[in-house]
Design a protein around this ligand. Structure first.
Ligand SMILES: Cc1cc2nc3c(=O)[nH]c(=O)nc-3n(C[C@H](O)[C@H](O)[C@H](O)COP(=O)(O)O)c2cc1C
Length: 466
């Protein structure tokens, strides 16, 4: 990208239907409202804040298990409220859609534990109700406790989880892209013909994990397949992303590691026969802003004083699959440690270095996670942070940022008040939304999956169906 042009910076918000998402301990802060996650009012207010700030979407993370990896017990995550208790993210979307017109919703759901048939219906339902503003964050899971509570001894092996996800997606594509032709619904009151049966096709899917002979039971929605988000960044995860993802969330503590990750994702898209920029990439970041640099720094110190180190270690253990209680605070994690959880997160922190180039100790990792999870924190005035965002986009080819909160909705309100106007002043951010569905807003080439996307190959007439 030329040094002279100001790149477009995209913003996405990162939240979860629980009290502690990425900043363990900060629910105790007097200005934090994460405790209100059980109320519709919290979510509708947040959606309106984000829409005011012209965010692309709200990404709702989710897990179906607990972080009992730490010391092999639920005690620490429960005490800290570390992503437990956690509610269903899908049920939040209708309420938020009702009070907004443009905000997108990237909702997380795993491919291991719910059959794709009812799930396809839920996706289609929300895509109808939001008029094409829904996205699905496809995850393969990382918590063994989720697998156990679904009746398995442990979760599947890492790469095999992605093999299953491949078939899961195939069923979803067949149902949402291939079962109903666009003009299948006739709704002719005179003749009484509602659906033309000739234009609705059985998908006849029979695979290793799923057998789905029949038709989809929903009619085509605005996007058909909702915008596909993904966040895995391991070698196998990258292949999956290259083939399927339209937006990828990454998590990199430094600009250098981010640039490498972005390059790998763009290579993976190309390897799957797509354009390098067919995937929008958002990097996690927690901004802490105020009127002056000193005030922002004071805000950061104030937030840090609420961080819960044990809660951070519980989260870290779950993300990496490594029980951090076995280490002392000054130990470092060896390079030979292998993970069956989020492999990319293990690689990231193994490579991460302290100021002197030494690998981080357990204490340093926990303190880092204390505010904003594993992503970087940007502290400063609105202009300073906006400048930093523009610089990161320019230097790494990332598309934008997945904004995690220190306190909610305070961090998001600060972004809208301090950072968005600065980005707009630099020409790096829009002043209004584009028209149309989430996919159209992001790529400007229609509501449906583009022709070169794997899912488009499952459309009627493409020969993939029986
Ligand atoms: C930034 C980021 C956010 C993620 N969010 C979730 C999530 O909300 N729920 C979940 O089950 N997995 C989540 N994951 C995990 C991945 O989606 C992935 O399915 C899995 O853990 C394997 O990742 P890997 O390919 O990096 O090993 C996230 C991963 C990253 C890097």
């Amino acid at each position: 990208m030329s040094e002279n042009t100001t790149p477009r910076v995209r913003l996405n918000a990162f939240d979860m239907n629980c009290v502690v998402h990425q900043s363990p301990g900060l629910w105790r802060h007097p200005e934090d409202h994460a405790r209100d996650y059980n109320t519709i009012g919290y979510w509708t207010h947040l959606a309106q804040v984000l829409e005011k700030g012209l965010f692309d979407s709200l990404f709702l993370a989710d897990v179906l298990g607990t972080y009992d990896v730490y010391a092999d017990t639920n005690e620490t995550p429960l005490r800290a409220g570390a992503q437990v208790p956690v509610n269903d993210p899908f049920l939040l979307v209708s309420a938020m859609a009702a009070v907004t017109k443009n905000l997108g919703f990237g909702v997380t759901a795993g491919t291991a534990y719910e059959h794709p048939y009812p799930f396809a219906r839920r996706l289609a339902t929300l895509d109808h109700l939001t008029e094409g503003r829904v996205g699905w964050n496809i995850v393969t899971g990382y918590l063994p406790s989720a697998a156990r509570n679904m009746g398995n001894d442990d979760q599947m092996e890492h790469d095999e989880r992605y093999d299953m996800a491949d078939e899961y997606l195939e069923v979803i594509y067949k149902l949402l892209e291939g079962s109903w032709e666009d003009d299948a619904v006739v709704a002719d009151k005179e003749s009484g013909l509602f659906v033309d049966p000739e234009k609705v096709h059985e998908i006849g899917h029979e695979g290793r994990w799923f057998k789905v002979p029949g038709i989809a039971i929903t009619e085509p929605s605005t996007q058909r397949t909702p915008l596909l988000f993904q966040a895995g960044a391991s070698k196998r995860g990258l292949k999956f992303a290259g083939e399927n993802a339209e937006a990828v969330f990454v998590n990199s503590p430094t600009k250098e590691t981010l640039a490498q990750q972005v390059g790998k994702i763009r290579d993976a898209a190309e390897a799957a026969g797509r354009d390098r920029h067919d995937i929008k990439i958002y990097s996690m970041l927690t901004p802490i802003v105020a009127d002056t640099e000193e005030a922002a720094q004071a805000k950061f110190e104030d937030y840090r004083s609420y961080a819960d180190i044990n809660g951070a270690l519980a989260l870290l253990s779950g993300w990496t699959g490594i029980d951090m209680s076995q280490y002392g605070p000054d130990d470092v994690i060896g390079e030979d440690v292998k993970s069956n959880a989020i492999q990319s997160s293990v690689e990231t922190f193994q490579k991460a270095s302290g100021e002197e180039g030494n690998p981080w100790t357990i204490r340093q990792l926990a303190e880092w996670i204390g505010v904003g999870g594993f992503g970087p924190v940007a502290v400063g005035t609105g202009k300073q942070v906006a400048d930093q965002l523009v610089e990161w986009v320019r230097d790494t080819d990332v598309d934008g940022f997945n904004i995690a909160y220190a306190i909610t909705p305070g961090t998001f309100e600060d972004v809208v008040e301090y950072i968005v106007p600065e980005l707009q002043a630099q020409g790096a951010y829009p002043t209004s939304y584009e028209e149309g569905s989430l996919r159209q807003k992001l790529f400007g080439r229609g509501d449906r999956l583009p022709e070169q996307h794997k899912g488009a190959g499952f459309r009627v007439g493409q020969g993939s169906l029986v």
